[in-house]
Design a protein around this ligand. Sequence first.
Ligand code: XIL
Length: 352
Amino acid sequence: MRRREFVAATAAATLALLHRGATDGATAAGQPKIPFGAAVRDGPLQDDEAYRQALVQYCQLVVGEGGLKWVDLRPDRSSFDFHQPDRLLAFARQNGMKMRGHTLAWYAAMPEWTNAITSAAEAERELTTHIETVVGRYRGEIPSWDVVNEPLSDDSSASVGLRDSVWAAALGERYVDIALRTAHAVDPRAQLVINDYGLEAATEKARARRLSLLDLVRRLRDRGTPLDAVGFQAHLPGDLDIDTDGVSQLVADLKSMDIEVLVTELDVIDDTLPAEIIERDAIVARRVQDLLGAILSVTQPTAILTWGLTDRYTWVPIWYKRGDGKPNRPLPLTDTFEPKPMMQAIQAVTGG
Ligand code: XIL
């Protein structure tokens, strides 16, 4: 498809979705059918009033962009610093929002001291104590946790295995079971999630990652390990089509095992997309619409969260800065908090 046709087709499809959203997207009470939320950055939460207002206006859910990661929470082996998550939870409560927890076991954002963890017994003890303390503190307050973040390796598409980490090195795949079992024991009502990226695109690699994730979920089920949902991070590469059939198939396979899905970190990586804004924003919205459509054709995700709300505060340029020096536009609001077509694509399905 030529670019202009692509933009026109996207606009038409978005309108069709918006129309459907208007008739059956919202519940009678006017509450969105699918809760929408965003990752929140701690600095601007404290000093940018317009940012706070935008969060209140658009979000029913928040998740800390950091704060609950080990590197923020665990300055040393014996202490916990809950300032950031406490601040976000207070903001959420004041504004009638819920907060998700991100994350309990991840290979990245680990404090230096954890490199000294080597034996299996020590790793199990540290991981268990951490989860008991953190989930315990927020029991009943944080209803959904990314218990395990990014368990899949990212080296080859031929064999997607377990991602290396302090936990995997000492415990192998058992760390996933330990984390889930511990979280479940501490807060049996919380939604426990395995969260990963690179699952959505129409590439061999994404296909291999979907299969590998599904296999992991099956093994967990066979071992009787509690798991409620899979999170599609959905950091969507803007230059790749979504594998809508592949995504729907994964969602259906998970559903057949009673595993829910949610979208946890949605944004569109736009470093190689055209510079022109109308065109770029249309492609971004199209990716989002394709992904959400593929999920919704099978089931309703339990939530949709973007990784940031406004292009003003996004992690994308850390890794995917544009060659032409223009700012990235990966998120639903512009850097001055105006809604973009991506927001319309989301609201068309949430009914927000
Ligand atoms: C990112 C944050 O957005 C950055 O501010 C931080 O410096 C690094 O981590 N997948 C995840 C998130 O699960 O935790 C990452 O967040 C983005 C990729």
